[in-house]
Structures are given as structure tokens and as C-alpha cells.
Design a protein around this ligand. Sequence first.
Ligand code: PMP
Length: 408
Amino acid sequence: ETRFDVARVRVDFPALHQRVYDGRPLVYLDNAATTQKPQVVIDRIRDFYTRENANVHRGVHYLSQQASDAYDEARRLVAAFIGAPDPAQVIFTRGTTESINLVAATFGRQRVRAGDEIVLSTMEHHSNIVPWQMLCEEKGARLRIVPVDARGVLDLEALERLLNERTRLVAIAHVSNALGTVNPVQEIIRIAHARGIPVLVDGAQAVQHLKVNVAELDCDFYCFSGHKVYGPTGIGVLYGKAEWLEAMPPYQGGGDMIERVTFERTTYNRLPYKFEAGTPHIAGALGLEAALIYLDRLGREAVIHYEAELLRYATQRLQEVPGLRLVGTAPEKVSVLSFVIEGIHPYDAGTLLDQMGIAVRTGHHCTQPLMDYLGLPGTIRASLALYNTREEIDVLVDALLRIQKLLR
Ligand code: PMP
């Protein structure tokens, strides 16, 4: 096992070494919202715009060839990173949100009819709810919701009962951004496939914390965002099974996604280009590639081990704060510490933490139905990344104890 030296790793992330307000060292614990970027990612983007910038798949000139090759290579690397059998099954999007919207607008529009059902869970992020809701409104279909228990664990028996001959899709988070629950997606996929139902996995909070292999999972679609896995914003991934992607109509129309255009009729390009209309976010794809290479070099096992230790430590230490209740205590969990403190509104705690240089998120975390279900106005959420330390957890706990004295 590779040794994981967090002090060395932190050197790679320039944004971590700054002070906020009147000189308070930044403690960045909002990684589920977005992660900071290692220097290799920043350099890759800068280098592209400094020397390599050209459009892809068009020009015959040197720079365009280079840019096209680099963009293809980024796709190959992403495919390898998630275990996709073929790079053509990797579609670059703007992020998880666009990946899900793409599937809803193409696969969904094509296959969902009046009276059909789409199965989601209570803990979905709004971006894995609203696109399906919009589709249901358009088609006269409806959502069915798998409940969670008090720990934030999905009720698989309820899931099984919800599936029927009207179910067109199960769309489920691999990891909950609000609770940290790791859902048993492999089991869910097995259950759904036994009934011939395809499964989309929202991996926005998973790829940075777990080893994901889409072929082993056998999922039909897998979505994630570059910016949550140490890469740039504005780039994301949709993986799909080739049979679905081939059968789906295009998403947006425009350049690059076509084979031949006449005013009478247009034929579409092969995969993955059919789903990538217009000039893509080339620098974003290269930045994402750099981020994934970086993560691989650190050693996935070492990172996973380190993060698990840190989560254990943080879970223990937070329990020293009187009146603090963790929201989300699933046995299978990563990164996320959502909590409420008796007598303190999450927003007030968040504001005071911020003044102490500690970045957390407070509120509903784009999971309003989950918060309603739990009967909470929101939570305070600290979310860990590979560069966080025990010392930072100590700073958080001390701050919470001080806030408690202040507000009580
Ligand atoms: N799903 C989950 C579980 C998320 O945590 C997020 C981001 N908070 C999204 C989807 C949406 O990702 P993005 O905003 O990058 O499109």
C-alpha cells in the first residue's frame, strides 16, 4: 500500500494556502460543492491556452490536429478511469446536471409514455429529480420514490416493490451529497435488471471517493462532474451503454454532431460526437484528464484509506459537541458530515464558521425533498477531500464549541 502524506499532497493545491478575512487560515470543508484544484490541473489549462489552443476535428492544420489528438486522449483516459469498455461511450458534457438532462431529453423522451414511471430515491439531488419531473409532466408519467431510514439507508425492499412493468428507469445517486450514504448501486442494478429496467447512476459524489467501474456495475448510464474530482468546472461526463447511446436521438443540434446536412434531411455523426454539438470545452477535458492522472498517481487505495480514517476521526470528534446530531449515519458512508446542533440555526452556525475561516455549506444542499422528509430546515455540512487533515477537524470542533458558547 502506498503511503499517503497529506502534508506533501497539500503543497499541490495552491488555493488551500491562503488566508481569509483578517488573516485566518482557510479551512476548506466544502468539497461536496466543489474541490480545489492541484497545480497540474491549473498548469494543463494554462498550457493549452498558451500554446495549444485550436478547435478540434476541423482544421487540417498542426494545432488543430494536436488539439484533436489531445481531446481524444482525454476521452480515452476518462474511459479507462471509470472502466468504460470503449471511449466512444464517454460523452463530454458540462457536468452531472447536463448529463442527466441529456438522458432525460433523449432516452427519456423516446421511451417514456403516459402512465409510465421513473423510480428515484428520497435522497436525490435536485439535478436528479427535476429533469425527470419535467419529463413526467411532458409525458403524463410519474415519479415513484424509494424511502430511506433514519440513518439515511435506502429501503431496498421498498425499491423492489416499486418496480413494475410501467417502470422505465431507476435513477439513483451512487453517493448522497447531503448524507454521505454510499448506496448499494450494484445490488440496485441487479434488482432492476432482473426486471429489464435500466439504471442511471448519479456519480457526482462518488468518483472522487470510490473506485468506480461502470462495466462491473453494469449500469446503463453513469454521470459525474469534473469540478468535484479536482478538475475544472464546466466539464462533466456521461457514460452510457453503447446499445442505448446508439438508439437515442441526438440532444442538441449543431456542428460536429452531424454526418451530412441538407435542408431536407440531416444524418448524425457516430458516437460520441452525436451527443457533442458545437465546440466542446477542450481545455476542460484536458484539465479533467490531468486531475484523473493526478488522482491515479496518488494511488486510489491510499486516498480511499486516508479519507476513511479522516471521516472516522471527524465523526468521533464531532460527537464531543453537546447537542450535535449527525444527520446521515449509514454504515457505508464517505466524506460527508451533515449535522444539526440543538438550539442553533444552521445558517447562523455557517456564518460564524465562515468568519473563523472555515468553509462549510449550510442549508438544504439541493436536496429539499430529503430535508422535508427528515423534518429539517437544513443542516451544516462539512465535506472532506483527500487534502483535509485531522488538524482541520480539530479547528472545526473548537469553532463549534465556541459558537455554542456565543449563541446560547
Ligand atoms: N448530483 C449530486 C449528488 C451532486 O452532489 C451534485 C452537485 N452538488 C450534482 C448532482 C450536480 O452536479 P453539477 O452541479 O456539477 O452539475
